[in-house]
Design a protein around this ligand. Structure first.
Ligand code: MN
Length: 439
């Protein structure tokens, strides 16, 4: 089964948690994203929760009370541990049943309010960990605008390689260094020799960058040797998060041939604590378009249904703070905005492609979209593009400039879905901070 519009999407629904109804909250009752949290600074176990307004409903505590029957009860029981993997493994019918039960329990007039209200924890009092144990992490490259802009810098005469318009390009990244709210030291490594044939340089990265991406969390997986066809791909996706794929451009330029990125990418990747489910995103599905001048996808990546509703309208923005801006109490400065619907490939195509050779996906696997630059220069999803390889530093409102990131810089990425007549759905944010290199 795949998701469809149902009573949980009714735009008139309000929650008895008043902060969910403001119109400005990321988490109205129509959203209900999942994360893993505990009270900040406590020794409590991390456990699953669902965001509602400025609160978190503790799903492990709710599971102990067994308020739901049937599939919703089974799905809630899968939330008793320290990650969302067990819930992810159950599949779409269980996710939908739990969403419906939570929606009914959190909306105005709910009979369960008295039992549930003591299980709320304020988001202001919480800390988070990665919402799933991520077994494997794959990063794709699905913005043709990003691929062209970056390709032009690495290969001015030949920016877009001929496979790009046929194959969703990706590489296997590293799961161990994916986390939330990361503060990580500037990576150290080898970079290109000053002159060809000389010894490479070695030291702290001098061209540290972020990448604006979304993360796709796999739900139910597939057996090795069996593929997930395009028509069934949606039902294997649990939800989306924000992803910042930090990138050391000078290390990347020296190491990337012939096998692709390695140490330039695997030192840190920062996701948002919350996963917005595909069912919550159902109202924001939109047409997936392929320019008539471009090759049309091979049959295993094409269907009428995928063209009609394969893309998602998710608006994203990147913001920066620096040591100087924080000391001066300046608000974060926006570096760019972009939209997921402009990507060259879509979520279902990535699932179908990843498994077409028999590769098995597993619950909790994370697929990155790749940098989601839009068609306009102002929609670039990395500093490499915004500063044109460092040649045109970006000016910040408090008087600093950035070609690449400095120590102390914090990158915040936010995402939201906005549509007339429907409550705004937010993703929260991913936040990460660069610390000095450990040399
Ligand atoms: Mn990336």
């Amino acid at each position: 089964m795949s998701t469809s519009i149902n009573e949980t999407h009714d735009p008139s629904l309000k929650s008895w948690v008043a902060s969910a109804n403001t119109g400005t909250s990321d988490f109205p009752v129509q959203n209900l994203p999942y994360g893993v949290f505990r009270r900040a600074g406590s020794q409590e176990a991390f456990r699953p929760g669902v965001a509602i307004g400025d609160q978190i409903l503790d799903l492990a505590a709710l599971a102990a009370r067994k308020p739901f029957d049937g599939r919703a009860g089974e799905a809630l029981a899968a939330c008793a541990g320290d990650s969302l993997n067990a819930l992810m493994a159950l599949g779409q019918a269980h996710w939908s049943a739990l969403r419906l039960a939570l929606s009914r329990a959190l909306r105005e007039g709910a009979a369960l309010r008295a039992e549930i209200e003591p299980l709320l924890v304020a988001q202001a009092d919480a800390e988070y960990t990665a919402p799933a144990r991520i077994g494997d992490y794959t990063d794709f490259y699905i913005s043709v605008h990003h691929a062209t802009a970056v390709g032009r810098q690495f290969r001015p005469d030949n920016p877009l390689l001929p496979n790009y318009k046929w194959v969703p390009i990706g590489y296997h990244g590293r799961a161990s260094s994916v986390g939330v709210n990361q503060r990580f030291p500037r990576p150290v490594g080898q970079t290109r020799p000053a002159a060809e044939g000389e010894t490479p340089q070695f030291g702290p990265c001098a061209r540290l960058d972020y990448e604006l991406e979304l993360g796709i969390f796999v739900g139910a997986g597939n057996a090795q040797g069996e593929r997930i066809p395009l028509a069934q791909a949606d039902s294997h996706v649990f939800g989306l998060c924000i992803l910042n794929d930090w990138s050391a451009r000078d290390i990347q330029a020296w190491e990337y041939q012939p096998l692709g990125p390695f140490l330039s990418k695997n030192f840190a990747s920062t996701i948002s604590p919350w996963i917005v489910t595909m069912e919550a995103l159902e109202p924001f599905r939109t047409q997936w378009k392929r320019d008539a001048a471009d090759p049309q996808p091979l049959p295993y990546l094409a269907s009428e249904a995928n063209r009609e509703r394969g893309a998602y309208d998710v608006q994203m923005e990147v913001l920066i703070t620096t040591e100087k801006s924080r000391a001066a109490k300046q608000p974060p400065a926006r570096l760019s905005r972009s939209n997921f619907r402009d990507a060259y490939w879509n979520v279902a195509q990535l699932i179908a492609h990843h498994t077409v050779n028999g590769c098995n996906l597993q619950p909790g696997d994370l697929l990155g979209t790749g940098t989601l630059s839009g068609p306009q220069p102002s929609e670039a999803g990395s500093l490499l593009e915004l500063s044109q390889g460092g040649k045109s530093p970006v000016e910040l409102p408090w008087g600093e400039t950035r070609a690449f990131l400095q120590d102390g810089d914090q990158i915040i990425i936010r995402a939201e879905c906005v549509k007339a007549g429907y409550p705004r759905i937010g993703f929260g944010e991913s936040s990460g901070t660069v610390l000095p290199a450990r040399t």
